[in-house]
Design a protein around this ligand. Structure first.
Ligand SMILES: Nc1ncnc2c1ncn2[C@@H]1O[C@H](COP(=O)(O)OP(=O)(O)OP(=O)(O)O)[C@@H](O)[C@H]1O
Length: 222
């Protein structure tokens, strides 16, 4: 039996940083069983939006609802949401195995699709390559036992075959999770996501209707 659907909506997010308006009247909706894409130019505020949805930014107003209930600090609610930042976040002195244990994820789950990384499970994070570290971080968040995950540039540093494999894992995990996917590999994002939002400079989201054409018109692609 499929688990009941859950919906996370964020609307009216307003964010000012250092006197600059970063986000205004942002709307975004995530639903378990769905991958939602988020595109936008460098500096448009995608990472800030994800951190705001987590409850990690000084947005000033209640704006995140899960199944119609306001949640003030979503990141504090067990089993609800996890966020993959662009920067490395796993303590380098931990082994890969210890990091997975800490997040409550079984390394055996990645053994079949990521055999090379699995073989490195007893190595410290600090001894992994840049791409291996990124892959470990992506899988840690993506396979966590939570309802929603926010992925900020999950394909960064990954080689093409690994990008394909991670895309397949994102699709697989989306059967039971709501996933927000942001990455400048827009073709991969468009191939995986429906709906797709574009964060306009000025901090408003637009839902794309004919994505490639819209992205051309918005000057995101040639
Ligand atoms: N703590 C902060 N204080 C002041 N300004 C900030 C802070 N964090 C981010 N910004 C600014 O907010 C804007 C949006 O940043 P953000 O990292 O969200 O962009 P992005 O869309 O994720 O960009 P990219 O595609 O380059 O990763 C940028 O202009 C950035 O300089």
């Amino acid at each position: 039996m499929n688990p009941p659907r859950s919906v996370l909506e964020a609307d009216g997010i307003e964010l000012h940083l250092s006197g600059r308006k970063i986000l205004q009247s942002v709307y975004i909706k995530l639903e378990t069983g769905q991958i939602t894409g988020l595109l936008g130019r460098n500096g448009s505020g995608k990472s800030c939006l994800m951190k705001s949805v987590m409850g990690l930014m000084p947005t000033g107003s209640q704006s995140v609802r899960v199944d119609n209930k306001y949640i003030e600090k979503p990141y504090q609610k067990p089993g609800l949401i996890r966020y993959l930042p662009q920067q490395p976040f796993i303590p380098p002195s931990l082994t890969l195995q210890a990091a997975f244990d800490w997040y409550g994820v079984k390394t055996e789950e990645i053994a079949r699709d990521y055999p090379t990384l699995y073989q490195r499970r007893n190595q410290k994070i600090s001894t992994l390559s840049g791409g291996e570290k990124r892959l470990a971080g992506v899988l840690l968040i993506l396979t966590s036992n939570v309802a929603f995950v926010l992925l900020d540039e999950p394909f960064l540093h990954l080689m093409p075959v690994q990008i394909e494999q991670v895309a397949a894992t994102i699709r697989q995990e989306s059967r039971r999770k709501g996933i927000l996917l942001s990455d400048h590999r827009y073709e991969t994002v468009l191939g995986l996501s429906d709906p797709v939002y574009y964060l306009n400079t000025g901090g408003r989201t637009i839902r794309l209707t004919t994505p490639e054409q819209n992205l051309r018109d918005l000057g995101y692609i040639y």
